[in-house]
Design a protein around this ligand. Sequence first.
Ligand SMILES: [Zn+2]
Length: 217
Amino acid sequence: MDSAVAKLNEVEAQLGESEELIAARELVEQRKGEAHEIQGRQKSLDLDAEEARRKALEIEGRLYGGTVKNPKELEDLQADLSSLRSQLRKREDALLEVMLELEDAEKALAEAEAALAETEAAWRAEQDSLVQGQAALKGEIEVLEARRVGQVDGMDRAELSLYQTLRERRQGAAVAVVERGLCQGCRITLPMSVLQKARSGLGLVQCVSCERILLVN
Ligand SMILES: [Zn+2]
């Protein structure tokens, strides 16, 4: 029963989300955030480029529309146009770089999502088997408990209380098997008188050293 309870505790400690699963999920969230941040930069560069293109068109219209005749004014417009075109080139270069960055980020996100799916599937299978193990152990413990209740019924109170005390004192092992005259609980050689008494089967006999109840097969 002790070993079944220990196994049950072990199984129950493993129920619930694993650190690996939590880490995999956090990585996906992190990668999503990274991709989102890059998309934001891409959008703002797109808008900037759009604005520069619109302004350039407007200046071109005035420059080649024939309405502006003043050479100084035309010169200024020409200067504005080249400055805008150079800005636009820079923005388009930056946009290309951001698009490459986004491609990498989306690839990393897809990898993290695949790893999460794999971790989750393995975790789910493990949890299913743990839940099955938990149910089996609970059933086993119930059967043992019923058997124990049946066996304890009618036992000598003093002997039962000695057994309980020893169980607490000796980490759950109140009984020691005797083999070739040795107590298997503490490995000492038992005196002949103790051995004979234990063999007789009359009453409980305790080891002279570790005090465990001796069981002679
Ligand atoms: Zn002993």
